[in-house]
Design a protein around this ligand. Structure first.
Ligand SMILES: Nc1ncnc2c1ncn2[C@@H]1O[C@H](COP(=O)(O)OP(=O)(O)OP(=O)(O)O)[C@@H](O)[C@H]1O
Length: 284
Protein backbone atom coordinates (compact mmCIF):
# COMPACT_ATOMS: atom_id res chain seq x y z
CA UNK A 1 0.00 0.00 0.00
CA UNK A 2 2.71 2.45 0.99
CA UNK A 3 4.61 1.63 -2.18
CA UNK A 4 1.44 2.67 -4.04
CA UNK A 5 1.43 5.93 -2.19
CA UNK A 6 4.88 6.76 -3.40
CA UNK A 7 4.50 5.21 -6.77
CA UNK A 8 4.97 7.43 -9.73
CA UNK A 9 3.09 7.50 -11.64
CA UNK A 10 -9.80 10.51 -27.10
CA UNK A 11 -9.34 12.74 -28.75
CA UNK A 12 -11.54 15.81 -28.24
CA UNK A 13 -15.10 15.36 -29.33
CA UNK A 14 -15.52 19.16 -29.27
CA UNK A 15 -18.83 18.97 -27.54
CA UNK A 16 -20.73 22.06 -26.42
CA UNK A 17 -23.51 22.08 -23.84
CA UNK A 18 -26.72 21.74 -25.77
CA UNK A 19 -28.44 24.81 -24.37
CA UNK A 20 -25.63 27.22 -25.12
CA UNK A 21 -25.84 29.29 -28.29
CA UNK A 22 -24.38 27.55 -31.32
CA UNK A 23 -22.55 30.78 -32.09
CA UNK A 24 -20.17 30.11 -29.17
CA UNK A 25 -18.54 26.80 -30.08
CA UNK A 26 -14.93 27.88 -29.82
CA UNK A 27 -14.63 28.20 -26.00
CA UNK A 28 -15.88 24.64 -25.57
CA UNK A 29 -13.32 23.03 -27.78
CA UNK A 30 -10.79 20.91 -25.97
CA UNK A 31 -7.36 22.37 -26.49
CA UNK A 32 -4.33 20.26 -27.09
CA UNK A 33 -1.89 23.03 -26.25
CA UNK A 34 0.11 23.21 -23.06
CA UNK A 35 -1.19 25.65 -20.45
CA UNK A 36 0.84 28.88 -20.23
CA UNK A 37 3.48 28.84 -17.51
CA UNK A 38 3.04 25.14 -16.86
CA UNK A 39 5.63 22.79 -15.46
CA UNK A 40 3.26 19.89 -16.02
CA UNK A 41 3.85 16.65 -17.88
CA UNK A 42 2.09 15.99 -21.18
CA UNK A 43 0.73 12.53 -21.95
CA UNK A 44 0.12 10.75 -25.24
CA UNK A 45 -2.03 7.63 -25.04
CA UNK A 46 -2.65 5.35 -27.99
CA UNK A 47 -4.79 2.22 -28.33
CA UNK A 48 -4.91 1.61 -24.59
CA UNK A 49 -6.51 -1.69 -23.63
CA UNK A 50 -6.62 -3.37 -20.22
CA UNK A 51 -8.21 -6.71 -19.48
CA UNK A 52 -8.31 -8.57 -16.17
CA UNK A 53 -8.38 -12.35 -16.59
CA UNK A 54 -9.44 -11.88 -20.20
CA UNK A 55 -12.28 -9.49 -19.31
CA UNK A 56 -11.73 -6.10 -20.97
CA UNK A 57 -12.11 -3.05 -18.74
CA UNK A 58 -10.38 -0.37 -20.86
CA UNK A 59 -11.31 -0.99 -24.48
CA UNK A 60 -9.12 1.17 -26.69
CA UNK A 61 -8.50 4.70 -25.48
CA UNK A 62 -6.69 7.38 -27.48
CA UNK A 63 -6.01 10.53 -25.50
CA UNK A 64 -3.74 13.53 -25.59
CA UNK A 65 -3.28 15.42 -22.33
CA UNK A 66 -1.39 18.67 -22.78
CA UNK A 67 1.07 19.70 -20.09
CA UNK A 68 -0.57 21.60 -17.26
CA UNK A 69 -4.14 20.60 -18.03
CA UNK A 70 -6.54 19.77 -15.20
CA UNK A 71 -8.65 16.75 -16.16
CA UNK A 72 -11.57 15.16 -14.34
CA UNK A 73 -12.59 11.60 -15.14
CA UNK A 74 -16.22 10.74 -14.38
CA UNK A 75 -18.45 7.77 -15.12
CA UNK A 76 -20.67 5.19 -13.51
CA UNK A 77 -19.27 2.82 -10.94
CA UNK A 78 -17.17 0.10 -12.50
CA UNK A 79 -16.74 1.84 -15.88
CA UNK A 80 -12.94 1.78 -15.56
CA UNK A 81 -12.04 5.24 -14.18
CA UNK A 82 -9.57 4.07 -11.56
CA UNK A 83 -8.11 1.49 -13.90
CA UNK A 84 -7.40 4.22 -16.46
CA UNK A 85 -5.79 6.40 -13.80
CA UNK A 86 -3.68 3.51 -12.50
CA UNK A 87 -2.55 2.71 -16.04
CA UNK A 88 -1.53 6.35 -16.58
CA UNK A 89 0.40 6.28 -13.33
CA UNK A 90 2.17 3.04 -14.16
CA UNK A 91 0.48 1.07 -11.37
CA UNK A 92 -1.08 -1.29 -13.93
CA UNK A 93 0.48 -2.68 -17.09
CA UNK A 94 -1.52 -2.20 -20.30
CA UNK A 95 -2.71 -5.35 -22.06
CA UNK A 96 -1.94 -3.41 -25.24
CA UNK A 97 -1.37 0.16 -26.31
CA UNK A 98 1.07 2.81 -25.19
CA UNK A 99 1.28 5.66 -22.70
CA UNK A 100 4.02 8.16 -23.49
CA UNK A 101 5.12 10.78 -21.01
CA UNK A 102 6.25 13.91 -22.79
CA UNK A 103 9.35 15.76 -21.68
CA UNK A 104 11.43 14.86 -18.65
CA UNK A 105 9.43 12.24 -16.80
CA UNK A 106 11.28 10.72 -13.91
CA UNK A 107 9.58 8.48 -11.41
CA UNK A 108 9.65 11.33 -8.88
CA UNK A 109 7.80 13.71 -11.16
CA UNK A 110 4.40 12.08 -10.66
CA UNK A 111 2.41 11.57 -7.45
CA UNK A 112 -0.85 9.85 -6.48
CA UNK A 113 -3.43 10.84 -3.86
CA UNK A 114 -6.00 8.26 -2.78
CA UNK A 115 -9.32 8.49 -0.95
CA UNK A 116 -7.58 7.36 2.25
CA UNK A 117 -4.70 9.66 3.33
CA UNK A 118 -2.40 6.66 4.04
CA UNK A 119 -0.30 8.44 6.67
CA UNK A 120 2.24 6.60 8.79
CA UNK A 121 0.83 6.70 12.36
CA UNK A 122 4.29 6.54 13.97
CA UNK A 123 5.66 9.56 12.09
CA UNK A 124 4.88 13.22 12.77
CA UNK A 125 3.03 15.27 10.21
CA UNK A 126 6.28 16.86 8.96
CA UNK A 127 7.97 13.48 8.65
CA UNK A 128 4.97 12.09 6.77
CA UNK A 129 5.26 14.98 4.34
CA UNK A 130 9.04 14.55 3.97
CA UNK A 131 8.45 10.96 2.83
CA UNK A 132 7.29 12.52 -0.43
CA UNK A 133 10.89 13.63 -1.02
CA UNK A 134 12.16 10.07 -1.12
CA UNK A 135 15.77 10.09 0.09
CA UNK A 136 16.60 13.54 -1.22
CA UNK A 137 18.14 16.25 0.97
CA UNK A 138 19.49 16.64 4.47
CA UNK A 139 17.37 16.53 7.62
CA UNK A 140 17.33 20.34 7.59
CA UNK A 141 16.31 20.78 3.94
CA UNK A 142 13.73 17.99 4.24
CA UNK A 143 12.16 19.71 7.25
CA UNK A 144 12.17 23.09 5.47
CA UNK A 145 10.53 21.61 2.38
CA UNK A 146 7.91 19.85 4.53
CA UNK A 147 7.09 23.07 6.42
CA UNK A 148 6.71 24.93 3.13
CA UNK A 149 4.38 22.27 1.72
CA UNK A 150 2.36 22.27 4.96
CA UNK A 151 1.99 26.06 4.73
CA UNK A 152 0.72 25.67 1.16
CA UNK A 153 -2.11 23.43 2.37
CA UNK A 154 -2.96 25.63 5.36
CA UNK A 155 -1.42 23.42 8.04
CA UNK A 156 1.20 25.77 9.47
CA UNK A 157 1.86 24.92 13.09
CA UNK A 158 0.84 21.23 12.83
CA UNK A 159 4.25 19.93 11.70
CA UNK A 160 4.98 18.12 14.96
CA UNK A 161 1.48 16.74 15.53
CA UNK A 162 0.73 13.02 15.19
CA UNK A 163 -1.67 11.98 12.44
CA UNK A 164 -4.06 10.49 15.03
CA UNK A 165 -5.00 13.93 16.38
CA UNK A 166 -5.94 15.35 12.97
CA UNK A 167 -9.42 15.52 11.46
CA UNK A 168 -10.19 13.69 8.21
CA UNK A 169 -9.82 16.90 6.22
CA UNK A 170 -6.51 17.75 7.89
CA UNK A 171 -5.17 14.24 7.19
CA UNK A 172 -6.05 14.67 3.53
CA UNK A 173 -4.25 18.05 3.57
CA UNK A 174 -1.15 16.25 4.85
CA UNK A 175 -1.50 13.73 2.01
CA UNK A 176 -1.71 16.65 -0.42
CA UNK A 177 1.39 18.26 1.11
CA UNK A 178 3.24 14.93 0.86
CA UNK A 179 2.35 14.78 -2.83
CA UNK A 180 3.29 18.42 -3.49
CA UNK A 181 6.57 18.51 -1.56
CA UNK A 182 8.50 16.98 -4.45
CA UNK A 183 7.00 19.52 -6.88
CA UNK A 184 5.43 16.85 -9.13
CA UNK A 185 4.75 17.47 -12.80
CA UNK A 186 1.77 15.11 -12.73
CA UNK A 187 -0.68 14.68 -9.86
CA UNK A 188 -3.27 11.89 -9.92
CA UNK A 189 -6.17 12.10 -7.48
CA UNK A 190 -8.47 9.08 -7.11
CA UNK A 191 -11.65 10.30 -5.39
CA UNK A 192 -9.48 12.13 -2.83
CA UNK A 193 -12.35 13.98 -1.19
CA UNK A 194 -14.88 11.14 -1.26
CA UNK A 195 -14.66 10.34 2.45
CA UNK A 196 -15.04 13.95 3.65
CA UNK A 197 -18.19 15.65 4.90
CA UNK A 198 -19.84 18.10 2.51
CA UNK A 199 -18.45 21.32 4.02
CA UNK A 200 -14.89 19.99 4.36
CA UNK A 201 -15.16 18.69 0.82
CA UNK A 202 -16.03 22.13 -0.58
CA UNK A 203 -13.22 23.76 1.37
CA UNK A 204 -10.77 21.09 0.11
CA UNK A 205 -11.96 21.64 -3.46
CA UNK A 206 -11.00 25.29 -3.05
CA UNK A 207 -7.58 24.26 -1.75
CA UNK A 208 -6.94 21.79 -4.59
CA UNK A 209 -7.94 24.50 -7.08
CA UNK A 210 -5.63 27.12 -5.54
CA UNK A 211 -2.69 24.73 -5.41
CA UNK A 212 -3.16 23.67 -9.02
CA UNK A 213 -3.47 27.26 -10.22
CA UNK A 214 -0.34 28.25 -8.32
CA UNK A 215 1.79 25.31 -9.47
CA UNK A 216 0.31 24.34 -12.86
CA UNK A 217 1.20 20.68 -12.79
CA UNK A 218 -0.87 18.30 -14.91
CA UNK A 219 -3.76 17.10 -12.77
CA UNK A 220 -5.99 14.06 -13.31
CA UNK A 221 -8.89 13.68 -10.87
CA UNK A 222 -11.28 10.73 -10.66
CA UNK A 223 -14.54 11.77 -9.03
CA UNK A 224 -18.17 10.67 -8.71
CA UNK A 225 -19.23 14.28 -8.21
CA UNK A 226 -20.01 16.05 -11.49
CA UNK A 227 -20.16 19.43 -9.79
CA UNK A 228 -16.69 18.82 -8.30
CA UNK A 229 -15.42 17.87 -11.76
CA UNK A 230 -16.67 21.16 -13.24
CA UNK A 231 -15.31 23.15 -10.29
CA UNK A 232 -11.81 21.69 -10.61
CA UNK A 233 -11.17 20.74 -14.22
CA UNK A 234 -10.34 22.32 -17.58
CA UNK A 235 -11.69 19.25 -19.26
CA UNK A 236 -14.03 16.40 -18.34
CA UNK A 237 -13.70 12.87 -19.68
CA UNK A 238 -16.75 10.68 -19.26
CA UNK A 239 -15.87 6.98 -19.39
CA UNK A 240 -18.50 4.50 -20.43
CA UNK A 241 -17.82 0.81 -20.74
CA UNK A 242 -14.06 1.37 -20.93
CA UNK A 243 -14.19 4.04 -23.63
CA UNK A 244 -14.29 7.84 -23.70
CA UNK A 245 -17.94 8.67 -24.28
CA UNK A 246 -17.62 12.43 -23.81
CA UNK A 247 -14.63 14.78 -23.90
CA UNK A 248 -15.84 18.17 -22.75
CA UNK A 249 -13.94 21.42 -22.24
CA UNK A 250 -14.88 23.54 -19.22
CA UNK A 251 -14.53 27.14 -20.40
CA UNK A 252 -15.16 28.81 -17.04
CA UNK A 253 -12.92 31.42 -15.43
CA UNK A 254 -10.99 30.66 -12.24
CA UNK A 255 -11.92 30.59 -9.44
CA UNK A 256 -15.03 28.75 -10.49
CA UNK A 257 -18.39 30.25 -9.55
CA UNK A 258 -21.04 27.60 -8.96
CA UNK A 259 -24.63 28.36 -9.83
CA UNK A 260 -23.91 30.32 -13.00
CA UNK A 261 -25.92 29.37 -16.11
CA UNK A 262 -22.83 27.97 -17.85
CA UNK A 263 -21.84 25.90 -14.80
CA UNK A 264 -25.38 24.49 -14.61
CA UNK A 265 -25.44 23.85 -18.34
CA UNK A 266 -22.18 21.92 -18.26
CA UNK A 267 -23.43 19.89 -15.31
CA UNK A 268 -26.62 19.06 -17.20
CA UNK A 269 -24.64 18.03 -20.29
CA UNK A 270 -22.60 15.52 -18.30
CA UNK A 271 -25.55 14.20 -16.28
CA UNK A 272 -27.72 13.87 -19.40
CA UNK A 273 -24.98 11.81 -21.04
CA UNK A 274 -24.65 9.68 -17.94
CA UNK A 275 -28.30 9.07 -17.28
CA UNK A 276 -29.81 9.56 -20.72
CA UNK A 277 -31.82 12.58 -19.64
CA UNK A 278 -32.63 11.44 -16.11
CA UNK A 279 -31.47 14.14 -13.68
CA UNK A 280 -31.03 12.20 -10.50
CA UNK A 281 -28.60 14.58 -8.82
CA UNK A 282 -25.05 15.80 -9.16
CA UNK A 283 -23.33 12.67 -7.88
CA UNK A 284 -22.99 9.49 -9.88
N1 LIG B 1 -6.90 -5.81 -10.19
C1 LIG B 1 -8.08 -6.15 -10.72
N2 LIG B 1 -8.38 -7.44 -10.95
C2 LIG B 1 -9.56 -7.81 -11.51
N3 LIG B 1 -10.52 -6.93 -11.85
C3 LIG B 1 -10.29 -5.63 -11.63
C4 LIG B 1 -9.07 -5.17 -11.05
N4 LIG B 1 -9.12 -3.82 -10.97
C5 LIG B 1 -10.34 -3.45 -11.46
N5 LIG B 1 -11.02 -4.54 -11.85
C6 LIG B 1 -12.37 -4.54 -12.45
O1 LIG B 1 -12.40 -3.56 -13.47
C7 LIG B 1 -13.66 -2.92 -13.50
C8 LIG B 1 -13.43 -1.42 -13.43
O2 LIG B 1 -12.89 -1.10 -12.14
P1 LIG B 1 -12.48 0.37 -11.76
O3 LIG B 1 -12.07 0.36 -10.34
O4 LIG B 1 -11.55 0.90 -12.77
O5 LIG B 1 -13.87 1.13 -11.93
P2 LIG B 1 -14.30 2.57 -11.46
O6 LIG B 1 -14.99 3.21 -12.60
O7 LIG B 1 -13.14 3.30 -10.87
O8 LIG B 1 -15.35 2.19 -10.32
P3 LIG B 1 -15.77 2.98 -8.98
O9 LIG B 1 -16.35 4.28 -9.43
O10 LIG B 1 -16.81 2.08 -8.38
O11 LIG B 1 -14.54 3.13 -8.15
C9 LIG B 1 -14.47 -3.49 -12.35
O12 LIG B 1 -15.33 -4.48 -12.85
C10 LIG B 1 -13.43 -4.09 -11.45
O13 LIG B 1 -13.94 -5.20 -10.74
Amino acid sequence: MFADTLAFIETASRTAPRDLPASRPAPFEVTNEAAPGTRGMGLWIRGLVKAFDGAPVIRGINLEIPAGQSIAIVGKSGCGKSTLLRLIMGLETPTSGTITRLGEASRESARFIFQEPRLLPWATVANNVAIGLGRAGTAKTRREAALKALAEVGLDGRADAWPSVLSGGQKQRVALARALVSRPRLLALDEPLGALDALTRISMQGLVERVWRAQRFTSILVTHDVSEAIALADRILLIEDGRIALDLAVPLAWPRQRGTPTFASLEKTVLDRLFGGFEGGAAI
